[in-house]
Design a binder for this molecule. Structure first.
Ligand code: UDP
Ligand code: MG
Length: 162
């Protein structure tokens, strides 16, 4: 069954995904990128950046009352972060499924954290938790001109769109 082009376009979403300094230092970039790529999501922005502590505090502003906030912001700004935007139908919610639970002790095997991380303070990857957060995080990490809109030849095979 071919999906209607308009219905497909309406379901398209973008989410912010970042490989944290532990994932970069452990050489897990290609492993993590490939999981999103093989699933059928489209990469629309990517850059390696060492965020300042102030920037990390902005990124995690929702957590500023939590006891781990300071350590978390020190950690995020301690080295290179691979910042990305991925696009696809349902990518915000399903991206979080690919990532797994916040605490790797509770992440299912087969998820990124379940397979590749052990403790919550070094859980290697960030993913936006909803449409509003995705919008805000993409705007915080990327200039509009860094987001690349393009048609992938694979899309008609991934979505069955005519
Ligand atoms: N975190 C932590 N200790 C905790 C809870 C969270 O160090 O008890 C860190 C962890 O790296 C997590 C990040 O804070 O990924 C953000 O927390 P959030 O609850 O937003 O989890 P996420 O959305 O990353 O799954
Ligand atoms: Mg979160």
């Amino acid at each position: 069954m071919l999906q209607d082009q308009e219905a497909h376009a309406a379901e398209m979403e973008r989410t912010f995904i970042a490989i944290k300094p532990d994932g970069v230092q452990r050489g897990l970039i290609s492993e993590i990128v490939s999981r999103f790529e093989r699933k059928g999501y489209k990469l629309v922005a990517i850059k390696l950046i060492v965020p300042s502590k102030e920037f990390a505090q902005k990124h995690y502003h929702d957590l500023k009352e939590r006891p781990f906030f300071n350590g978390l912001c020190d950690f995020l700004s301690s080295g290179p972060v691979l910042a990305m935007v991925w696009e696809g139908e349902g990518v915000i919610k399903y991206g979080r499924k690919l990532i797994g639970a916040t605490d790797p002790q509770k992440s299912e095997p087969g998820t990124i954290r379940g397979d590749l991380a052990v403790v919550v303070g070094r859980n290697i990857i960030h993913g936006s938790d909803g449409p509003e957060t995705a919008k805000d995080e993409i705007a915080l990490w990327f200039e509009p001109k860094e987001l690349v809109s393009y048609t992938s030849n694979a899309e008609k095979w991934i979505y069955g769109v005519n």
